[in-house]
Design a protein. Structure first.
Ligand SMILES: *Cc1c(COP(=O)(O)O)cnc(C)c1O
Length: 456
């Protein structure tokens, strides 16, 4: 037995917070696809992006440097919750009667309760250094808004969050978190922007959408010299920042004397999946055998039923066009409880890895995910975010398969956040009010008919 092999938690000292992020671009199975301007349908230049992002982040989108140094100021704030613990789920293993070992990396211990501050903090930092005074962004249920509000507070930046109105009214707790950390929160559509006023003129009762909120935040940032925009998932620099998850997990597994046969993450825009998986993609590129699995909801089956094509990043067709798995930018996902997994597209890097067969994807229905989350919580205690429950479903299914086959297997998954602010979803589950939903093929085909005609 290795030292520490009976531990439930494998902890690293603060000095072992990674000093560099791992950039997967040099280890990708092919060259990067161009990013296309939504207006001209030609490749974007850095100058096109400068009104929205500081140059350091634009460079991180495309750099082929394998290791990117983490600024000391960022590591200093990471210290508030990092390194995050790696747990061995012994009680869950026993309950399942599986010969598999299940490890999970828990990102719910951050102040905002998810992995999102891992990128919010460096994004605020690079903005501060570039002279930005204020960040404008959008949020759905508030996971990203609360993370960027926290990060802006840490670096003394002002922050305005356009929050989808239906969430603003129905899910007020994350709004309060954002206000606690000093952000201004506006219900979107708002009177603040032309985009918002336009929507309200047509429909004063509009309950908003993520697409509308993005349009408002982008208009706000592009229109003010002191303001930039920030995005919580999908982009390459976001995936880069999240690799602290997998880098720490690798070190922690080495302490336990283990290495995963399969690495699992839930997938919305791709950032926590990239975070846990990309450092293992490096090993796979170097010849190691392991499986890497992204878990998504059957109600928004981007990676499993979408197509790999150029599409707009947003419904309003203002965001850049990238090649990714997509269900079509006008795809309307149903109101499932894992709100963070309701995106029509995916990270271009994750998409390319799935397309090349380096990573695989599986879709699971939400009731099976809540069932897994409840089983997990009754063994391990932690209450998972509804998004994270998809990764738990994947891990439990792998463990049950190992049992059937009578084979040992080492499973690593990312528990991307806690569910304390999502108890209404558990309430719906226990009340029998959750339904499974397979997105109809005809509706997917309909929205896929509206992809932009990119010829570069
Ligand atoms: C936002 C969120 C997700 C989904 O976003 P990704 O970019 O796919 O990681 C998953 N889990 C939690 C807890 C979230 O807050």
């Amino acid at each position: 037995m290795t030292e520490g092999s009976m531990d439930s938690k494998i902890l690293l000292p603060e000095a072992r917070i990674p000093k560099a992020w791992y950039n997967v671009i040099p280890d990708m199975p092919g060259p990067l696809e161009p990013v296309i301007h939504p207006g001209t349908l030609q490749p974007v230049t850095p100058d096109d992006l400068l009104p929205l992002f500081p140059m350091a982040l634009i460079e991180q989108e495309v750099t082929t440097q394998r290791w990117i140094e983490i600024p000391e100021e960022v590591r200093d704030i990471y210290r508030l919750w990092r390194p995050s613990p790696l747990y061995r789920a012994r009680r869950l293993e026993r309950a399942l009667g599986t010969p598999a070992k299940i490890y999970y990396k828990y990102e719910g211990g951050s102040p905002a309760g998810s992995h999102k501050p891992n990128t919010a903090v460096p994004q605020a930092y690079y903005n501060k250094v570039a002279g930005t005074r204020r960040i404008a962004t959008e949020t759905g249920a508030g996971q990203w808004g609360s993370s960027i509000a926290l990060a802006c507070q840490m670096f003394g930046l002002a922050c305005t969050v356009y929050m989808v109105k239906v969430s603003f009214n129905q899910k007020p707790y994350r709004k309060s978190m954002m206000q606690l950390w000093g952000a201004e929160v506006l219900a979107s559509p708002s009177e603040r922007t032309a985009a918002g006023r336009g929507i309200l003129a047509g429909d004063p009762e509009s309950s908003g959408s993520l697409g509308i909120a993005i349009s408002e935040a982008v208009e706000d940032a592009a229109g003010r010299e002191d303001t930039r925009y920030a995005l919580g998932s999908v982009l390459n620099h976001v995936c880069l920042h999240q690799t602290v998850i997998g880098l720490e997990a690798k070190e922690q597994l080495a302490i336990a004397g283990d290495y995963p046969d399969v690495v699992i993450g839930c997938h919305g825009g791709g950032s926590n999946f990239a975070g846990i998986a990309f450092p293992f993609v490096a090993d796979k590129a170097a010849g190691k055998q392991l499986r890497i699995v992204a878990m998504e909801p059957t109600s928004c089956p981007t990676l499993t039923r979408g197509i790999y094509a150029f599409d707009y990043g947003d419904t309003a067709k203002m965001a850049p066009i990238t090649r990714m798995y997509t269900l079509g930018h006008d795809f309307m996902p149903p109101g499932i409880h894992a709100g963070g997994l309701r995106y029509h597209g995916a990270s271009p890097l994750v998409s390319q890895l799935v397309h090349a067969g380096v990573a695989e994807a599986r879709a699971v229905p939400q009731t099976a995910c809540f069932e897994a989350a409840v089983q997990f919580s009754r063994c391990e205690g932690i209450i998972p975010a509804p998004e994270s429950s998809h990764a738990i479903r994947g891990a439990i299914d792998e463990a049950l398969r190992a049992k059937e086959e009578g084979r040992e297997r080492t499973i690593l998954f990312c528990l991307s956040g806690h569910g304390h602010v999502d108890m209404a979803a558990y309430d719906a589950y226990f009340g029998g009010r959750l339904e499974d939903f397979d997105y109809p093929e005809a509706a997917i085909r309909e929205s896929l008919a509206h992809l932009p005609k990119v010829t570069v």
